[in-house]
Design a protein around this ligand. Structure first.
Ligand code: KIV
Length: 273
């Protein structure tokens, strides 16, 4: 049996059972080396479609394809052994019908080995979530700020700060929960709405720009490591990768230009004999 056997990983029922209990630690991962670094620290690794913006320089997540998700999903599975791995269904691969979603989700599960998929869960998607769950595909829902809807909402902004939006987001969360989502990402919503959702539904909530009362938290790893000069208000920087990279590269460039690199220790000599 391969060392990446699913039995060594945290399972969907284990995550589900953490409702109201030990907090669920989640981060995004897109590559094998980063997944390997994060694996022992987190419970869940999300191969988010944010990779379109973070890795591929796209303006939104809308241009991300299923093939991109499969490529990065495979890399994250190869790099990790313990965390539950969830891969996003990207824009345009699940909204048309439950059958379309099933076909796409089967590809994600079979071609990457991941354990679950995530869908942005407007109320209309509840039937699709139920369809997938009934056919053995664990689903995470994603409510509140839904990046794939950026063209409808006019960008990325916090949701649920007016009464009508509040009702809408609460209804989305309830619908995804009732449809069988085993966890629900709650992104960019007013804190008391996130609290209300967490209390109202049976599935654990994973907050991002939501509330400390959520059952778990997630951040985009590259944001929390400080790789970008701008990040949303809800990101706490736990590192200064941007400065680290810039300093290291400036030093390398200077060493190359001055002839200080490569040095004796970095060179091969002739083999004797
Ligand atoms: O795509 C992503 O990385 C996400 C997280 C921000 C929750 O959906």
């Amino acid at each position: 049996m391969s060392k990446h056997a699913q039995s060594q990983r945290i399972t969907v029922p284990e995550i589900k059972a953490r409702k109201g209990g030990e907090k669920i630690v989640c981060l995004t991962a897109y590559t094998a080396p980063m997944a390997a670094l994060l694996d022992s620290h987190v419970d869940l690794l999300l191969v988010g479609d944010s990779l379109g913006m973070v890795i591929h320089g796209l303006p939104t997540t809308v241009g991300v394809t299923l093939d991109m998700m499969i490529l990065h999903g495979r890399a994250v599975m190869r790099g990790s052994q313990r965390a539950l791995v969830v891969v996003d269904l990207p824009f345009g691969t699940y909204e048309a019908s439950p059958q379309q979603a099933h076909e796409s989700a089967v590809r994600l599960l079979c071609e990457t080995g991941c354990q679950a998929v995530k869908v942005e869960a407007c109320e209309g998607i509840a039937d699709t979530i139920a369809f997938l769950v009934q056919r053995g595909i664990p689903v995470v829902g994603h409510v509140g700020l839904r990046p794939q809807a950026a063209n409808v909402t006019g960008g990325f902004r916090a949701k649920g700060r007016t009464t009508s939006e509040r009702d809408e987001v609460l209804a989305e969360a309830r619908a995804a929960d009732e449809a069988g989502a085993f966890a629900i990402v709650v992104e960019g919503v007013a804190r008391d709405l996130a609290d209300e959702i967490t209390a109202a539904i049976g599935a654990p909530t994973i907050g991002i720009g939501a509330s400390p009362a959520c059952d778990g938290q997630i951040l985009v790893t590259d944001d929390m490591l400080g790789l970008f000069d701008w990040t949303p208000k809800f990101v706490r920087r736990y590192g200064a990768m941007r400065e680290l990279v810039s300093t290291a590269v400036a030093e390398y460039a200077s060493d190359v230009r001055s002839g200080n690199f490569p040095g004796k220790a970095e060179l091969y000599g002739l083999k004797t004999g």
